[in-house]
Design a protein around this ligand. Sequence first.
Ligand SMILES: C[S@@+](CC[C@H](N)C(=O)[O-])C[C@H]1O[C@@H](n2cnc3c(N)ncnc32)[C@H](O)[C@@H]1O
Length: 130
Amino acid sequence: MIQTKSVIGLLHTTKIDPSWSFSDKTRKDTAYITHGYHRYPAKFIPQIVSRLAEKYTRVGDFIVDPFGGCGTTLVESKVMGRPSIAVDINPVAVLITKAKITAIDPVKIEKEFINFQKRLETYNDKTREK
Ligand SMILES: C[S@@+](CC[C@H](N)C(=O)[O-])C[C@H]1O[C@@H](n2cnc3c(N)ncnc32)[C@H](O)[C@@H]1O
């Protein structure tokens, strides 16, 4: 059993590394790829995840986040070539995560975009007729 006293002692002797505060990072710096799609309470700064993954894992290692939230860990794991899984009790968090990590076929996007443009043109034509 870990003694409370020894844990407190450990905290006293552990040197604080201010670089883990990422105080130089702006909101824009933390919103790259899909990280900026939305807000979520107590999100990780993605740089924390990538630094931890860099330090403690290698490409191919499996990463698990049992409180996955909106998927910061999964996005960073994917980028860094680590397979990963997350769990979250909140279905909205799961939905956001899926939206952030699901790859979309570029051909499908192109098709949808063309369809959207056509519908927009038709809509504008109809509006002008009135
Ligand atoms: C601080 S948030 C995690 C945020 C995450 N690190 C991110 O960057 O998006 C904590 C998450 O734990 C989830 N949670 C709380 N209790 C849980 C439980 N018993 N099982 C699974 N998830 C839980 C909450 O729904 C919440 O999304």
